[in-house]
Design a protein around this ligand. Sequence first.
Ligand SMILES: Nc1ncnc2c1ncn2[C@@H]1O[C@H](COP(=O)(O)OP(=O)(O)OP(=O)(O)O)[C@@H](O)[C@H]1O
Length: 628
Amino acid sequence: MQSSENLEQSDLTGIKTPRRLNKLWQQIRQFRHSKFALLLVWQTSKPLLVLLTIASLIAGLAPVGMAWIGQLLVDEIVQQHQSGGHWQGAAMYLALEGGLFCLMLAAQRGISFSGELLKAQLTQHVLQQVLAKSTRLSVAQLEDAEFYNKLNRIRTEAFERPVQLVLRLFQYLQHLVSLLGLAGVMWQFSPWLILLLICGAVPGFIAETWFSGSAFRLFNWQSPDTRRQSYLETVLTRDDHVREVRLFQLGSLMVKQHQAIFEKLYGADRALTTKRESWGVVLGWLGALLFYGSYLWVILQTIRGELTLGQLTMFVMLFRQGQASLTAMLLTLSGLYEDNLYISTLVDFFDTPEPGMEGHLEQGASPGSGIEFINVSFCYPGQQKYSLKQVSFTLKPGKTLALVGENGAGKSTLIKLLTRFYQPESGQILLDGTPLHDWQQEALYRRLGVIFQDFNRYQLPVFDNVGLGDPMVWSLAAMTEPDTEQQKRVQQAAKDGLANDFIQRLPGKYQTQLGRMFEDGVELSGGQWQKIALSRAFMRESADILVLDEPTAAMDSVAEAELFDYLRSTVENKMLVLISHRFSTVRHADLILVIEEGEIIEKGDHQQLIELQGHYSRMFQLQAQAYQ
Ligand SMILES: Nc1ncnc2c1ncn2[C@@H]1O[C@H](COP(=O)(O)OP(=O)(O)OP(=O)(O)O)[C@@H](O)[C@H]1O
């Protein structure tokens, strides 16, 4: 990441010439991403793109035509004035110019019409593609801080960039066509004039490109700070954070911190803006000097009789139009460059390799042989310390496995490997005798019913909150009224998850909106939410591997006892993996693994581990004493 000092150096004055040229070339190369945006528009709506092209060409050429006709009109008036002749010729030129003006108005409307429609369509198209891509990426990629940063930049900045870029590109085309037309007409005065105008425009072009690059680098450099700022905004305003913030009196401290970040960001922004605008004024003056120099030359030529009054009028019109087009082009250009840079993040994101759906097997080599971890070790990307070391165990169908250990021991990590969110660094995980990575994704996930420690609290009605556990039921019910079969399944899952009783007492029962994000939403208690999450996991009838990461942490002890009675009665051929700090939960498991710093230090059932008089036994005694 670039420091602010480096940014300071990246202005027009601080870098040696070859490096500067190289950097400039790199910056000009950024424009290549325009192709990507154009392709997106082409995919989104071909007719709108064609309309935009035609309208931009007309809007660009019409002023040139009007200037040309203006010249003929003035010369005609002068001639008829001297000879006292006819008015028809002048009227015809006037009508022609009026017609062109109307055409230009229509073209401008055509541009805004196609622009508005494209904006709506293309933004949605890009958003859809980003969301679809995110669903194809692995959990490991999405948990990576750098990648998260990139995704965040895209979310805050990049969705609208392709459409902005295309609209700007067409504005640019319009002005370019205008300028080319003007240059063609100016040729009759002198080719030198054209050269002079180009010389006036080039420094501005380079400076704008340069400063847009700095603005983008600044944006990237500021990105973590901006994220911190928006995080503080969330903590200060969200209802689930507000109690703790009040109690610890963090409010004013956080507001101050927010302001401090703003000041840091503002300082860098101000420095860049000052430099950019100062250079803009100086280079703008240079352009103006060249313009007015050529104006003077045309006036002198007219006084000498070398040019007609009509030509002088045309020159004035061309001159004004040329100035406006050049200024607009420069402004468009800097925006265009900026858009290209932001789109490069989007292109990068789309180019991120997707983890292949490794396997294609829907069945294991020896069905019924359960889960086997063989010497599995794992270290999170970018970390030094192993979170799991040489872990080995077997879990057969119909059996319950409990994982115990202190915070940070590696229990949830083991679940992340079992659910194939991460791949082991060494060792193997087998399901029914087949390595996990050979399983087809869908077949594997059909067999898993999981509630995570930080399960989702969907701001949806109760029915959906539970029904989501089986996407088939949910997607059907979400589109039509749920039929009785679907209702029965959701209700049964809620009964199994111990949620049915309190759901029946909610104002709208299964139709009650949960959470406070939407109107009339009912907020549940922590334990009630946990029962909803549990019910969701029970929706998966196909799942024979139930993974419950602290499923009763927020539940009362009656609910906990009920849940484990139920689990014992249903487990039959299922495999149950439990993580819990409560020994009342753990003690019934067939196999208990005690994990410390990623290693299994004790293994056995409750009785064996108590007899071992080791770590488990000590923890058990401690908890038992606490209840006495
Ligand atoms: N996404 C991650 N990236 C890097 N390190 C991680 C990540 N998640 C967990 N860790 C580290 O891996 C180790 C094991 O964490 P894990 O979440 O598996 O512990 P745990 O036993 O489930 O703890 P707890 O009882 O608190 O839930 C910890 O040292 C933790 O800091």
